[in-house]
Design a protein around this ligand. Structure first.
Ligand code: ZN
Length: 388
């Protein structure tokens, strides 16, 4: 399967278009931000969506892509990645997990802090073809020195954070804090509470990474409000989503009920098939599906956003639901209008579900066979069509 994936990447073929009329014909268009779910043709003129209508015939276009049997959705968004290769040793350049894999937009989850954000902006965000946004690490160093960034409260410089955010609102869409023992050390829940207060002051969502206690998951979840994000929600470590008797933690049920966003954040250590399957059966579906991709896990079980989506599909979520978790739901958090609406920029992904079984692993090295998986077919990025 891995060899197959590389072969597909080698075959990709970029066609430049100028003043070009393109018709996506016969696809299943799904954009729940505008209640669109059905078979429509999409006409794109000069990189903008011109019309979304039932059967437009051949309508005098320069090019027609037959996308029958495929899903046509807003460009995919990966809510949790690490794409700051210069300052952090786990960073990967965004395009290799972004546009090269058919993903339009990635969120860097706290690789940069206030001290290095502007370097990140100039050397990564502005140079990438992939759209990149940041959830600014509450530690001013970001992940520059690896673990332990919240074990010393001197690393939290709120005045500096305020200055950097004020100048970079178009890129900084949230705050990131990691709530696990190796990160907070003796400080426990304190830096997470401070991060929440600060995010609230800035009017931004807080994304919290969860892992080994302390702090306890219940304590962390109790801090979060509607619109905040808890990532790695289906990890298989002790102290996760379930009590020892198999019931869901009360704080988790409450958090989900009040609109805290459950994010997958697969990673090398944070996605358990068993936990995810059980949680989904009990109604705790993810709201966003993300990878936590970085240089150290792109060649392990994680691989890509599409593979992570396929794993969730195999756990009983409907394709439409999975697609919503990588399009409309993250776009809402980031306050981006990515909808397939006349007048909007054409940022569109065209995918297919292939019914050929593949063997995959979760983060705990448990193997499963997926009977079907998502396959990227075309990415339309304003004037570029990339064929996969
Ligand atoms: Zn991460």
């Amino acid at each position: 399967m891995y060899l197959q994936f590389e072969a597909i990447l080698l075959e990709r073929n970029l066609m430049q278009m100028n003043e070009h009329k393109l018709l996506l014909k016969g696809g299943r268009v799904i954009d729940s931000s505008r209640d669109l779910n059905g078979y429509f043709d999409v006409l794109i003129i000069d990189g903008r969506i011109d019309k979304v209508e039932k059967d437009m015939g051949q309508c005098l276009t320069d090019e027609i892509l037959d996308v029958s049997g495929m899903y046509v959705v807003p460009g995919l968004i990966d809510m949790h990645t690490h794409v700051y290769p210069k300052e952090t040793n786990l960073g990967i350049f965004p395009d290799s997990i972004g546009v090269d894999m058919g993903v339009h937009t990635v969120v860097d989850a706290g690789s940069a802090g206030a001290l290095n954000f502007e370097n990140f902006r100039d050397n990564v965000i502005k140079k990438a073809k992939t759209e990149v946004y940041e959830f600014l690490n509450i530690s001013k160093y970001g992940l520059k020195y690896g673990k332990g960034e919240l074990s010393d409260l001197k690393n939290l410089d709120f005045n500096l954070n305020r200055q950097v955010i004020a100048k970079n609102r178009e890129y900084i869409k949230g705050i990131k804090a990691r709530a696990s023992a190796s990160v907070v050390g003796e400080m426990g829940i304190t830096p997470i509470k401070m991060a929440k207060d600060f995010a609230k002051e800035m009017g931004l969502p807080l994304m919290v990474h969860i892992g080994n206690a302390p702090p306890r998951l219940g304590e962390v979840l109790d801090i979060l409000e509607k619109g905040d994000i808890v990532t790695h929600i289906y990890h298989g470590k002790p102290g996760g989503l379930f009590n020892p008797d198999g019931t869901v933690l009360k704080e988790a049920a409450d958090a989900y009920g009040r609109g805290v966003i459950f994010d997958v954040g697969h990673g090398n250590a944070s996605f358990s098939f068993n936990v995810a399957e059980k949680a989904i059966k009990m109604g705790y579906k993810p709201i966003t599906i993300s990878t936590d991709l970085h240089i150290r896990n792109v060649n392990t079980s994680v691989r890509s956003l599409l593979l992570t989506m396929s794993k969730l599909l195999s756990l009983g979520l409907e394709a439409e639901y999975v697609l919503r978790c990588v399009t409309v739901n993250p776009a809402k958090i980031l306050k981006l209008d990515k909808s397939i609406t006349p007048g909007n920029k054409a940022d569109i992904a065209v995918l297919k579900i292939e019914e050929d079984p593949i063997e995959v692993q979760d983060s705990d090295k448990f193997t499963r066979i997926l009977q079907s998986h998502f396959d990227m077919k075309y990415m339309i990025n304003t004037k570029n069509v990339t064929k996969f």
